[in-house]
Ligand binder design. Sequence first.
Ligand SMILES: Cc1ncc(COP(=O)(O)O)c(C=O)c1O
Length: 401
Amino acid sequence: MNHRNDFPILEQTVNNRPLVYFDNAATTQKPQVVIDALTNYYQTINSNIHRGVHHLSQLATEQFEVARRTVQQFINAPDANEVIFTRGATEAINLVASSFSQRFLQTGDEIVITEMEHHANIVPWQIACERHGAKLRIVPFNETGILQIEKLDELISTKTRIIAVCHVSNSLGTVNPIKEIITKAHAHNIPVLIDGAQAVSHIPVDVQELDCDFYCFSGHKMYAPMGIGILYGKRKWLEEMPPYQGGGEMIRTVTFEKTTYNDIPFKFEAGTPAVGDVIGLKTAIDYVNQIGIENISTQEQELLRYGTEQLKTIDGLRIYGEAPHKSSIISFNINNLHPFDIGTLIDQMGIAVRTGHHCTQPIMDHYGIPGTIRASFAFYNEKEEIDRMVEAVKKAQLMLQ
Ligand SMILES: Cc1ncc(COP(=O)(O)O)c(C=O)c1O
């Protein structure tokens, strides 16, 4: 399987070396078909949707709604109207944290999240707690980076209103047992939001099989353009939740005395949406489906295995997150060298990794470190690139020690 040539950006050199792009957890590169879909949209049918009777508007509306059905099938949502377009995972989580809480959260209530969440799945809930006088309860993880879900039983109470947890940790790579968490939560009638930002491009997701109440993700981490994301929500919740933003599209009638709201999904899609990006997302999903998410996963697991093995040959290197069920993310440090210094030096050798806290400061606090170096692989990466990274890290280590 070699689809590397589908990604024109990977052909370039950086600092006179062929680019090695290992920052896929931050954003993936875009295949030519997605770039073409964007260009084609703006060259041929760009127009505003849903409101126009003219030809271009009808074409754009049709493609927009086809894209919604493509997303529906991709995650096996029961109904396309349960698929809401947002700007990304962050906006999807904020939407639920704001609207769900407005309707269902009261003083003294509790929200359960985990110690390994991205800030995008912490801060919106903190804001909701501040607004409504509620409290956050945190499921910890152990040294290996595995959630201690046995603690969930102690943390869940009659005050718990919602549980929000990531499917895959962006810093540790851990794939969480979300099905088990959802089953536990539902036994207490508690809904569950899954932050799937790091999952959808790596593993098959079936929201009906999971029975999650909400599932959020971003297009740009799965080969689609930036600026588009998805909130899947069960109809029963979405219908009860008040709108997140007001404006055009989300209304049925407006008078100064009273406004009535549109049905879902439009109730949550105020204003002109990112039509071109939505079409780009559809193209990215078609692309992933064509290759097969299982094939993508197999390739990435092999890169993870090889990368872990090779990195471990480096003296003093420690990997953070060694759960048996992991996605293709390796976070590491070398002795007490600062991750930023290593990242900067290997960038000089054409290697793009992420350094820092990766928007997961509580994970860094858990280990008492300022940050990590994070290499995250996509299916278009190759073992030779891992060899180049390991060699570069060794060189950087020699320079810094
Ligand atoms: C686990 C996780 N959740 C949420 C987000 C936020 O995604 P976005 O910035 O695309 O909204 C990210 C991005 O890194 C992530 O890794």
